[in-house]
Design a binder for this molecule. Sequence first.
Ligand code: 5GP
Ligand code: MG
Ligand code: MG
Length: 183
Amino acid sequence: MLPEDIEGDLTKVLVTEEQIHDRLNELAAQIDADYHDKDVLLVGVLKGAVMVMADLARALSIPLDMDWMAVSSYGASTKSSGVVRILKDLDAALEGRHVLIVEDVIDSGVTLSWLRENLLSRGPASVEICALLRKPDAAKVEVDVKYVGFEIPNDFVVGYGLDFAEKYRNLRSVGILAPHVYE
Ligand code: 5GP
Ligand code: MG
Ligand code: MG
């Protein structure tokens, strides 16, 4: 199922390609219903949310716009530093828009709580969050997330957009990265 040279880098597969597909279809049905009378702007958080955005957007039936932001917490470690900066801002103005942030994973919650406040300050009609993964045991900041794909344990995961040092984003499933890869 995984290329042989990558299989040894994962301790286990947490969420399979099929589980992701099925769950995104469920979330898309909810989002279709919630936004049936609204114009939605999907805001993808680069780069990790690229796969979620591509699959979620195609599972939705409502008309939608897409835009992208890149944010970073400083450092290239497996832990979030808590300092957020904008690397690439949105093209779209948010005044009066219904914004749905599309994110790969919520770990401490620091990035998303900062991002939500930042987008709210631009005068949108609403801001909600859809995240494929959430690690409840890692939460440092409470984030109100309307759509969550899967709750996962507090391990460092890769695949389906999620990287370690820019690798593993193209894995079709989400797996736990073996500590020997980064320690
Ligand atoms: P937070 O601010 O919630 O702690 O973390 C947000 C960002 O850190 C995520 O959007 C993601 O880019 C990165 N991150 C957090 N946990 C993981 C993980 O397990 N694997 C990978 N590849 N990135 C993670
Ligand atoms: Mg992310
Ligand atoms: Mg990363």
